[in-house]
Design a protein around this ligand. Structure first.
Ligand SMILES: Cc1cc2nc3c(=O)[nH]c(=O)nc-3n(C[C@H](O)[C@H](O)[C@H](O)COP(=O)(O)O)c2cc1C
Length: 215
């Protein structure tokens, strides 16, 4: 697959089939992840795959509780504003996030990423994104989530048997599955609206009104 196709079309893919992800694909996902950069090449990461329905059934209620808290707290003004203004894009993201929570146990594969001595998180997210891109190359959709770690990190780590005294922090959890829908280019604010040159606020010097990669 063309690298730009992977970069432009790797979306949060939350509507997926329950079909299992073959072991060879799981290997490719993890092998790509560990090629990622980390500060000083310390590779202070651990990855934990979950496909056991019993483990998922313990985590699902925690995930739904965490998302409920997020929706009733931090996200509430955003949702209310979106409802008031008819902001369908935001409402669709929130619906999609709810879908993940409601269907947590049906995702065939979860990846938990742990990091240590990594205050910025900069040494774990490249690896996570590489895992998602590798999955994309095999037609597997993924969704990065952080809400479980925000509200139920300790309980999640206890369920997963993560040692408590080794400094591991749960960075995120990624769901994987074969999409029910199609891949599309991620709509985003264009680069020239969020990038500057030489001085903050100064134009970057070009405009990119449409994505430079097209299907
Ligand atoms: C740091 C981070 C945390 C995220 N946490 C969650 C989450 O807890 N739950 C969820 O459903 N999606 C989560 N997402 C996914 C975002 O909602 C998604 O990347 C964004 O809406 C863009 O989606 P798109 O690529 O389909 O346009 C997270 C993404 C990032 C980068």
């Amino acid at each position: 697959m063309d690298v730009f196709e992977a970069l432009y079309t790797t979306r949060a893919m939350r509507r997926v089939k329950p079909d299992p992800i073959p072991a060879e694909v799981q290997q490719r996902i993890l092998d790509a992840a560990v090629r990622a950069p980390s500060a000083g090449n310390t590779q202070g990461w651990r990855f934990l795959l979950v496909d056991d329905p019993e483990v998922k059934s313990k985590l699902g209620p925690l995930y739904r509780d965490a998302l409920g808290r997020l929706f009733e707290g931090h996200y509430k003004p955003m949702r209310e504003r979106a409802e008031a203004t008819g902001d369908t894009r935001t409402l669709s993201v929130l619906r999609s996030a709810r879908h993940l929570a409601d269907n947590f146990e049906s995702y065939p594969l979860l990846l938990f990423a742990f990091t240590r001595n990594d205050p910025s998180g900069g040494s774990i997210y490249p690896a996570v994104w590489s895992a998602q891109l590798a999955a994309r190359a095999f037609g597997v959709g993924s969704a990065l989530t952080s809400v479980l770690g925000l509200f139920h990190a300790a309980e999640t780590m206890r369920i997963l048997g993560v040692p408590e005294d080794k400094g591991w922090q749960m960075a995120c959890m990624v769901t994987f599955g074969y999409p029910t829908g199609r891949w599309g280019v991620a709509p985003r604010r264009p680069a020239h609206e969020v990038a500057f040159r030489n001085q903050w606020g100064e134009p970057v010097g070009f405009e990119i009104p449409e994505p430079l990669w097209e299907p």
